[in-house]
Write a protein that binds this ligand. Structure first.
Ligand code: KIV
Length: 259
């Protein structure tokens, strides 16, 4: 077992696990100082490319962004989302996951789904590829993005999915927009950590999209807390730069070369 992964597993029930997404080097190197896990999420499809759904994200795009993130992540675990239609069967999943690991040097991959993807999880785990699960809202395939676990049948299915995923060998499970009592039940009933996004403080750890947290995106999700307004800071800096260039204040002699 990868030592860094073991360290995360050891946190269950003791201290919260800190995760965030990153899509490029400079942000990733800041997150690396504070996070246990940095995820190159396929949310980059909507956050960076304005895609209507993560279905449009390709393996090539994930690999390119992950290569950049890898340059900034030195101490935390780096996981990469397998995009839609890249793990439709065990053979395809293994081929693509191996490619992602080889090209990006990440620590493992994340897959969305429950019972349906168990044979896929099993083959990756058998090939020593660390896998992170993802249940609740599944952005790659869900039509409606409403929180999960309202109805008993749905709650039972999700709880059962997490148990099957644990048994198949995933080391961590993201719970996306899972109802509060259900996230508590799951976290209590499985031995591996749960990482929540919109799934309450009951989870063993939390994850957010970094652009949402720093106020770089315009998202208004109920589960997001904006800790900074980076858009405003960038706006102010660019405005000042523009004004100084127009007034010939910048560049000064000290910014110039003279032979
Ligand atoms: O794609 C993503 O960024 C994710 C996280 C929000 C968990 O799956």
């Amino acid at each position: 077992m990868n030592k860094k992964i073991q360290k995360i597993l050891d946190k269950k029930g003791k201290t919260k696990i800190i995760c965030l997404t990153a899509y490029s080097k400079n942000i990733a190197s800041i997150l690396d100082k504070h996070c246990d896990l940095v995820l190159v999420g396929d949310s980059l499809g909507s956050v960076l490319y304005n895609y209507k759904s993560t279905k449009e994200v390709t393996l090539e795009t994930m690999i390119n962004h992950s290569k950049s993130v890898r340059l900034g992540v030195k101490r935390s675990i780096m996981m990469v989302d397998m995009p839609y239609n890249t793990y439709r069967n065990p053979r395809e999943a293994l081929k693509n996951a191996k490619l992602v690991l080889k090209e990006t040097k990440c620590d493992g991959v994340k897959l969305e789904g429950g019972k349906k993807i168990i044979p896929i999880v099993k083959i990756l785990v058998k090939n020593k590829i660390p896998v992170m699960g993802h249940v609740g809202i599944l952005p790659q395939t869900d039509k409606k993005f409403t929180f999960k676990g309202k109805k008993q049948k749905e709650s039972e299915r999700i709880l059962n999915d997490t148990k099957l995923l644990e048994k198949a060998g995933v080391f961590l499970i993201v719970l996306e927009c899972v109802e509060t009592n259900l996230s508590k039940k799951i976290t209590q009933q499985i031995k591996i950590p749960t990482i929540g996004i919109g799934s309450s403080a009951n989870c063993d750890g939390q994850v957010l999209v970094i652009d949402d947290l720093i106020g770089l995106s315009k998202s208004k999700f109920k589960f997001v807390k904006k800790y900074a307004n980076i858009s405003k800071i960038i706006d102010g800096a660019v405005k000042k730069y523009k004004s100084e260039v127009l007034k010939k204040i910048f560049p000064k002699a000290k910014h110039s070369f003279k032979s």
